[in-house]
Ligand binder design. Sequence first.
Ligand code: ISE
Length: 339
Amino acid sequence: MTSYGTLGVAVIGTGRMGADHVRRINEVISGARVAALADLDADRVKHLADGIEGCTAYIDPAAAMADPAVDAVLIASPGPAHEAALLEAFARDLPVLCEKPLTPDPASALRVVRAEQALGHRRVQVGFMRRYDADYRTLKSLLDQGTYGRPLMLHNKHRNADTPPGFTDAMTIHDSVVHEIDVTRWLLDEEITAVRVVRPTPSGKAPEGLSDPQLILFETTGGQVVDTELFVNCGFGYQVSCEAVCEGGTARIGDDHGVFTNTAGRWGGAITPGFVERFEEAYDRQVQRWVDATRRGEVEGPSCWDGYAAAAVCAAGVRAQETGERAAVELVERPALYR
Ligand code: ISE
C-alpha cells in the first residue's frame, strides 16, 4: 500500500456527522485536509466547500473520489448510500473511514465484505467511535489483562434526551443499540449469538408508536449474557455506561463526571446533553488514528467484518422486537482476512 504526505480526504455526505468531520479535519486533525466534498444538496455542499481552501464540491460521490487531490474517503452519507460509495472506493483502491452502519442490512454488508476480500487487503475502518473513548479503552485493557478474571456479564445503559422526528423501533436497534452490539463484541472478543427484547409499558414522553424504554439481552459465543437499558427519550440528557461483572470483581465506566458542585444544601453536576459532546474526544481520536494509519499505508480499527457482524445482530434484534421471541444471529464463517 502507498504511504502519504498530507492526506487529501473526500468527505461524502455533509449532514450532521459529515459536517462535524469536515470541521474536525480542518481544525483538529493533523496530517490531513479536506480536498473534496460530495452531497446531493448542491447548495449545502458548495457553501461548505467555498469556506475551505483547495476544496472542490461535487454532487456525485464517484466524481469526488476521482478528484486528483483525493487520497482517501470518509463516508458520512445516510446508511443506504454506503454500499455504492464503498464499492466505488474499492474500485479505486482508496482507504476509507465509513461512519456506522457499514450498511443497513447483513446481505449488503456481506457484499461489501466479499468485495474487500476480492481486493485482497483491508481498506476500511468502520466508525464505531466508542472503541476510541478513553473510558471504554481502559475497560477493554482491564478485561484483556484479566485484572478482574473472566467476564460473566455486561450491564449497559444507553439514554438519549430525545429522538429526531420519525425515529422507529427498528432505528432504536440500528442507530442506538448498534453501539452496544459493537462494544460487546469488542470488549468480550466474542460473537453475539442471540438477541431478546423486553418492552415495558412505554414512557408517556415516548413519541406515539415508539417502544421506549426497552431492555435488550444478548447471548455470546463465550456464554456471557449482556443487558442494555435503552431509553432514548429519557428527557434529561445523554448517558452511556457499561459495567463488566467478572469472576473476581466488577469494573464500571461512563458515570457522569466533570465539575461536581455543592450549593444551597444540594450536591450535583451537569449531564452531558448529547452524543456529539459525550464522544467528542473519541471522534477526534478515531479520525486521527485513521489518518495516521492511512499515511503509514496501514489499516486498523473496526473492520468490514465488524460492520457485517453488527448488521447481522441488528437484523436479529429487529426480529426479536417484532416477534417478542429469542432471535438467533446468523453469521457466515469469518474470512481469513479478518482473523
Ligand atoms: C445516534 O445515531 C448515535 O450514534 C448515538 O451515539 C446514539 O446514542 C443515538 O441513540 C443514535 O441515534
